[in-house]
Structure formats: structure tokens, C-alpha cells
Design a protein around this ligand. Structure first.
Ligand code: SME
Length: 154
């Protein structure tokens, strides 16, 4: 249960960090910093839907590509299919976009508006193979709900 408990705590921490602020960029930057430090991951950040593409948002980690088309890479696929995608080995994901050659596994969680449309994604990369599983998926979905609630509905 330890991992589930850690994610419950992380979702609460994200909520406390974001609530009451009305600066989406700053809130996403702080959320990326908190998640990155809590999970000890390689790249942690956001891509936001703008002008029909996913555009790079606040993140922690090495430099990343600026835009991703719908249906492209893990992020664009999570957007198109409106679901969390866990990739245990990025080399086995067709069309994976390698922003950093050191990334070995990845998880992408959609962020949605009140109607359920995807407004962006939370993307987390690890240098370890198979770093993320279903517990991470459910835990990060709870974190994403807190981010939708507090960083977008101003
Ligand atoms: N690997 C992602 C691209 C973003 S970087 O990992 C930061 C993808 O395939 O969508």
C-alpha cells in the first residue's frame, strides 16, 4: 500500500500548493517541480493544447521539443485517445518522440476541461525501464484531477 499512500499524499500536496492562486503558468511550474522531486524522475512537465497542437508548457528536466501533433508520440496518442498511457519501454512504442535519448520509460496522463475534452497532458519520463505501472497511473490521475481543479478553473 505504500505507493498508493504516497500518491494520496502527493495529490493533497499538489492541491495545497495550487489552491487559491490564479496563475496557471506558475501553478503548473510548481506542480512540475513538486512531482519531479517527489518521484525523482528524469523529465516531468506539461504540454498544453493550443492551435490544434500540444505546445510545451512548464517542466523540470532536460530541454524538450516545442510541439507535438495530435496522434503523434506518446503525448499526442494520449490526447487523441483521451486516456492515460503507460510505456514500459519507449523503444517499443511506435512513433515515440525521443526528446532525451536517456528516457527509457514514460507515462502520460491527460488533463481535461469540464466537458471532458483534453486541454493538455502531464508527461513523466524515467531513465529506468518499466518505471511506471497501474498504481502510478491511478495515482497520477488523482494528481491530474487536482491540477485541473486548481490551475485551470480560475
Ligand atoms: N516522449 C514524448 C515527447 C515529450 S518528451 O518525452 C518530454 C512523446 O513521445 O510524446
Amino acid at each position: 500500500m505504500e505507493k498508493e499512500d504516497n500518491y494520496r499524499l502527493l495529490a493533497q500536496q499538489v492541491e495545497s500548493l495550487l489552491e487559491g492562486e490564479d496563475n496557471t503558468t506558475g501553478q503548473l511550474a510548481n506542480a512540475a517541480a513538486l512531482i519531479h522531486e517527489a518521484l525523482g524522475t528524469w523529465w516531468t512537465g506539461f504540454y498544453l493544447v493550443k492551435d490544434e497542437v500540444l505546445q510545451l508548457g512548464p517542466f523540470q528536466g532536460p530541454v524538450a521539443c516545442y510541439s507535438i501533433k495530435r496522434g503523434r508520440g506518446v503525448c499526442g496518442t494520449a490526447w487523441q485517445e483521451n486516456r492515460t498511457i503507460v510505456v514500459p519501454d519507449v523503444e517499443l512504442f511506435p512513433g515515440h518522440i525521443a526528446c532525451s535519448s536517456l528516457s527509457r520509460s514514460e507515462i502520460v496522463v491527460p488533463l481535461r476541461d469540464q466537458e471532458g475534452s483534453v486541454i493538455g497532458v502531464l508527461d513523466i519520463d524515467s531513465r529506468d525501464l518499466a518505471a511506471f505501472d497501474e498504481v502510478d497511473a491511478r495515482g497520477l490521475e488523482a494528481v491530474a484531477r487536482a491540477i485541473e481543479q486548481h490551475a485551470f478553473k480560475h
